[in-house]
Write a protein that binds this ligand. Structure first.
Ligand code: FDA
Length: 491
């Protein structure tokens, strides 16, 4: 087996991995990053859109897996979108250089300060709101849609209708910032540049417009000359050596998923940034297979960030309607967080099916008062998740309250078109927790029971943050890596 020696190794190229890479490279450290997904830019393979799913549509599957559109046949390819299925919940995950930033809707939402303080009582909130969040906004190129454009553009009828109906029902709406370049979007509307958001591109990657991590943090990190990204390299398990270094078994695959080479990587410092589910799988599986020491908090305090999908259909399609043309980039939200009885935030989500399906789609984000737990099932060799309807009961009550109030004011019915009973409790885009900051790790993400192993990704957040999570994941990673560097952890 080929053996590779590296000083600092990062697993995963999502938000946590990209931040760690940039700050370590800037500090003059040589870093190798292993990513199981494809480097799309280098490969030259274009991303496909939602109406014509192609190579980028799914991670080694024979059929598409996007919610409501899992009807197209595919030739298995290392696509951008993956899904992990558990008994009561399906978790969607981004794969490729850039991780979740390739497939997500780019909504860049800063959490409410009061909730941030509740979730992270030990962090200096003032420093986050004055320094880390603004820093992250700048690095991720967060911007806001122009109000006039939003008012005039037919591709945003779904947002205008959604907001007007929310107001009529007595809800408060907010404008949601995004990493999609709205200057580019205005040009694509005028047909001056190739279309992306207006060409149903998002969940299988955007060919233009979206400032995913490969265009921001990772690009800057590569420009230092200190970062090497090895794509299509899947870490199978981790072993702790007697001298406190780590040995990793790694499979290099081709784009059909076939293993082309088995490799061994030895490293002195290891950063796990494989995303909540990836990091937990590596830790728990390595514990089962290699006796990797793990703290008793690993797997605990997992949550779906209160994700709960729901939708409405209009009784008379033409009376409401969200339009046949829809941008894939959400820019509106309903903020009901301060309601003591029914606190939630919801995204006014697009449903770009290429025709007016007279359906409004909402992704609610609720509190997660009852947390789940992830463990490893040695018999079946996979993760198991303690998560059932008792964990989502309050989320369902909130969704029911929301839909009823919207329908009373505006007409319409609960959407049976999208979901069996009108509710999608099983749709999760935001898995968080299981390796919580300060519980499973020290105050800066160094794993308890280890000297050279760090976790820097969504698993640090205890299952909930009240809004779409990548801004917070990025800010926490900035905070942790800055302090780890200051403490000479990577000297
Ligand atoms: P992330 O998941 O981004 O990256 C982990 C990387 O590690 C992946 O590239 C993976 O392939 C790799 N990896 C895993 N295991 C590995 C192994 N064993 N070996 C090698 N590599 C491995 N959030 C938000 O704030 N706004 C939004 O609009 C949206 N929208 C949205 C839509 C959809 C469809 C999804 C699926 C998700 C979102 N999200 C979102 C969520 C957001 O994308 C997510 O929270 C972050 O990407 C998580 O960042 P992390 O750094 O934790 O890992």
């Amino acid at each position: 087996k080929e053996t590779v020696e590296v000083p600092i190794l990062i697993i995963g190229s999502g938000y946590g991995g990209a931040v760690s890479a940039l700050r370590l490279c800037e500090a003059g450290k040589k870093v190798v990053m292993l990513e199981m997904g494809l480097n799309w830019e280098k490969s030259g393979v274009p991303f496909s859109n939602m109406l014509k799913p192609g190579k980028s549509a799914a991670w080694l599957k024979k059929k598409t897996i996007a919610p409501f559109m899992n009807i197209f046949s595919l030739t298995p390819f290392t696509g951008t979108l993956d899904r992990m299925d558990f008994e009561n919940i399906n978790i969607w995950i981004g794969r490729g250089v850039g991780g979740g930033s390739l497939v997500n809707g780019g909504m860049a939402v800063t959490p409410k300060e009061s909730y941030f303080k509740e979730v992270f009582p030990d962090l200096d909130a003032e420093k986050f709101y004055n320094h880390y969040f603004p820093l992250v906004h700048k690095e991720l190129k967060v911007n806001v849609i122009g109000e006039q454009f939003l008012k005039d553009c037919p591709y945003y009828k779904f947002t205008r209708v959604g907001e007007a109906e929310a107001h009529k029902a007595g809800f408060k709406t907010i404008r949601v910032p995004n990493v999609y370049d709205f200057q580019y979007m205005e040009k694509e509307y005028r047909n001056e540049v190739p279309r992306s958001a207006f060409n149903t591109e998002v969940i299988y990657g955007n060919n233009h417009g979206k400032n995913s991590l490969d265009k921001t943090y990772l690009k800057k990190a590569l420009e230092t000359g200190n970062l090497e990204i090895m794509d299509l390299h899947c870490v199978e398990n981790i072993k702790l050596n007697d001298d406190k270094t780590y040995t990793l078994q790694v499979q290099q695959i081709d784009t059909s998923g076939a293993v082309v080479s088995d490799k061994v990587f030895n490293c002195k410092k290891l950063i796990l940034a494989a995303g909540t589910m990836g990091t937990l799988k590596l830790l728990l599986q390595s514990n089962a297979v290699n006796n990797l020491p793990i703290h008793e908090q690993i797997g605990k305090n997992w949550g779906n960030n209160g994700n709960f999908m729901t939708g409405r259909n209009w009784v008379k399609p033409l009376s409401g309607g969200t339009g046949s043309k829809q941008s894939t980039i959400p820019v509106g939200g309903i903020d009901n967080w301060d309601d003591k009885e029914h606190p939630f935030f919801t995204e006014i989500a697009p449903l770009p099916m290429g025709m007016d399906v007279a359906t409004a789609l909402y992704l609610l984000i609720n509190r997660v008062d009852k947390k789940g737990e992830i463990s490893y099932d040695s018999t079946n060799k996979k993760l198991s998740l303690d998560w059932n309807e008792t964990h989502t009961a309050k989320m369902r009550e909130n969704a029911d309250y929301f839909i009823k109030k919207m329908n009373r004011a505006n007409g319409g019915t609960r959407s049976h078109f999208l979901f069996n009973n009108g509710f999608g409790a099983d749709v999760c885009y935001h898995p968080l927790g299981g390796c919580v900051l300060g519980k499973a790790t020290n105050e800066y993400g160094k794993l308890k029971a280890h000297e050279n192993l760090y976790v820097l990704d969504g698993s640090l957040i205890p299952g909930t943050i009240g809004v779409n999570p990548f801004v917070t994941i990025t800010a926490i990673a900035e905070y942790c890596v800055e302090n780890l560097i200051t403490q000479n952890e990577f000297a």
